[in-house]
Write a protein that binds this ligand. Structure first.
Ligand code: ATP
Ligand code: MG
Length: 588
């Protein structure tokens, strides 16, 4: 048992002004963390206990599915990252380590970086240690600190610069093996989040061409989430909005026949879809083509959407560029021949089509069939533009952002959208990293093959806060039994009274013997303060001992999640408490 006076739980009466969301406020008010700087937090003793418990549950579920724990360095030689497949994109969020002598002979690059994740370390490790199919499959994991220079660290531990992650990496000899490893991890994640008392939904983050989906995110529905989950109750379809599709374009939609010859018309000053939709032009947004210019690895490319649709930028990831961004007007004009607002993808109107890395059309423009688009001449548009006849399309894809109420791709029922927080991610990588690092093995016939990999992350510190976000009331946190810093709080109202102190210890010992972690509030504080703090720090079971109760021959028992305060006779107290602890632990 731990005495409150001998640990440090600095509770706060006032809500800190810089905390916006409930869980962040409670983290600070319950004395679980303290802020060092933006996205940087100290885990205070009680917070550290929760972190350790969550880590341990994660470890148990990883081990159950065959995970092998190790610990890799936080400081990585930059060469590992330069050799890997994502240095151009990843370097943006990586901290570099400066040290005396840094930069000698290498003026531009750092020599060391802080690890945001560890594919670039584990893959070369496995390459040098494992060479035969006999040593596969393997799944290595660690629970450790990650560093990311997030553009907007916020909401406490939710998006921090330094945070705790469980990351795992599987290596298989075959694709089927990798799929099996993937499913093991999905199972481990489901079990882990259940044990944390956290309700999550797993959503498709990417749909593999093979028909199966090999990227799932584990999401906690919450209004403050950074992600949108698109889902359908009827079919069970659930996907991150970044990847979600809808059934708005039937798969067998044929090309519309042309309705006449192309015609240019003057649209002075019209540079938006809305302006062209308004009088005097009156071209409905869904009868227009929207032409966007992006830069992919330094080369411009076009995306064509319906005028009424928005681009889901993450979907451009399917095009295979390392980095992409919107093109500037200065980059656009020399290629297209016009400024934004008068752009189009009609063949023959683009000034320098060979400069383009491609023209990518969203499937939904087939719903337009014949429409209006910019003429690549400032102040002019073209009408009767036929998709098949006129547009210079390189390839088709799904680039539009799904809207609430559109038909589910599986059931046709209206899709719903909700905000959510990502707490975990499972991903089948394939051979992207093993190819780059030469992580190969020899099979039974001495043939060499790249290992098939998967990577799997859980935000341990984010999970801690997500539990609070999901489990609280106006008075404070309501910890699930499994992750509570302590499970039983013995409130001693009269710590200067020897009999009360003796009884508090006796009850604490009984709870402890039954398997609970126990905190005894022995502080010389008023009862009001103690009860408020008890609710705030949210331990599942509260026992109250005081001089008055002892005279009456009772102690009080109350569950944090309930309302009833039960008086239990002293004679039975130890037994009743032990029973309560065993029941709660059994249910957890
Ligand atoms: P996000 O989209 O939230 O930035 P991510 O896609 O960058 O997440 P991964 O690289 O897959 O995340 O990392 C695995 C897990 O680590 C995530 O599921 C999330 O729970 C957690 N995580 C990622 N970034 C942070 C952060 N800045 N602070 C706290 N936890 C994080
Ligand atoms: Mg991120």
């Amino acid at each position: 048992m731990k005495f409150w006076s001998q640990t440090f739980i600095p509770t706060l009466k006032e809500t800190p002004s810089d905390a916006e969301i409930t869980s962040h406020k409670l983290l600070l008010r319950a004395g679980l963390v303290r802020k060092l700087g933006g996205g940087l937090y100290t885990f205070m003793p009680a917070g550290l206990r929760v972190l350790q418990k969550i880590s341990q549950l994660c470890r148990e579920e990883m081990d159950r599915e065959g995970g092998i724990e190790l610990a890799m360095p936080h400081v990585h030689p930059v060469e590992n990252w330069e050799q890997g497949p994502r240095w151009p994109a990843a370097r943006e969020i990586m901290y570099r380590v400066d040290h005396a002598g840094a930069g000698k002979g290498r003026s531009k690059e750092p020599e060391f970086v802080l690890g945001p994740t560890h594919e670039e370390v584990i893959t070369p490790l496995v390459k040098s240690e494992i060479t035969s199919y006999r040593d596969l499959p393997k799944n290595f994991y660690q629970i450790t600190t990650k560093f990311r220079n997030e553009i907007r660290p916020r909401y406490g531990l939710m998006r921090a610069r330094e945070f705790i992650m469980k990351d795992a990496y599987s290596f298989d000899a075959t694709d089927e093996g990798a799929v099996e490893s993937y499913h093991k991890m999905k199972r481990a994640y489901t079990a882990f989040f259940n044990r944390c008392g956290l309700k999550t939904i797993s959503v498709e983050a990417d749909t593999g061409v093979m028909g199966g989906s090999f990227s799932h995110e584990f999401m906690v529905p919450a209004p403050i989430g950074d992600d949108d989950v698109v889902y359908c109750d009827a079919s069970g379809y659930a996907a991150n909005r970044e990847k979600a599709t809808s059934g708005i374009v039937p798969a067998d939609l044929a090309d519309a026949a042309p309705v006449g010859a192309l015609e240019e018309f003057a649209t002075p000053g019209v540079v938006t879809i809305a302006a062209l939709a308004a009088a005097p032009y009156g071209v409905p947004a869904d009868q227009q083509f929207k032409t966007l210019v992006y830069m992919g690895d330094g080369k411009p490319f076009l995306v064509i959407l319906r005028g009424s649709d928005d681009l889901e930028e993450a979907k451009l990831g399917a095009l295979g560029f390392q980095l992409w961004r919107t093109a500037t007007p200065e980059e656009i004009e020399p290629v297209m021949g016009a400024k934004p607002g008068s752009l189009g993808a009609v063949a023959g109107t683009i000034r320098n089509p060979t400069a383009l890395a491609g023209v990518f059309a969203d499937h939904a423009i087939k719903l337009v069939g014949n429409g209006t688009t910019g003429a690549n001449k400032d102040g002019f548009h073209l009408r009767r533009v036929n998709v098949a006849r006129d547009l210079a399309i390189t390839s088709w894809g799904d680039f539009r952002r799904v809207r609430e109420g559109e038909p589910c791709p599986k059931s046709g029922q209206p899709l719903k959208i909700a905000r959510a927080i990502e707490v975990g991610h499972v991903f089948k990588l394939g051979t992207k990293y093993s190819d780059k690092f030469g992580a190969v093995f020899t099979d039974a016939n001495k043939q060499s093959h790249p290992m098939v990999m998967g990577c799997y992350g859980i935000g341990i510190s984010r999970t801690l806060q997500a539990v609070i976000e999901q489990s609280n009331d106006a008075d404070g946190i309501i910890w699930p039994w499994s992750v509570a810093p302590w499970q039983v709080l013995v409130v001693n109202l009269d710590p200067q009274d020897a009999a009360a102190s003796e009884m508090a210890k006796k009850l604490a010992a009984a709870a402890e013997a039954a398997g609970a972690d126990v905190l005894v509030d022995d502080r010389a504080e008023r009862p009001g303060v103690k009860f408020k703090d008890a609710d705030l720090i949210g331990l599942p079971l509260r026992l109250t001992v005081g001089g008055r109760g002892l005279k009456e021959g009772i102690v009080e028992m109350k569950w944090r999640a309930g309302k009833d305060v039960k008086k239990i006779p002293l004679a039975d107290a130890e037994q009743i408490i032990a029973q309560a602890v065993r029941t709660a632990a059994g249910l957890a």
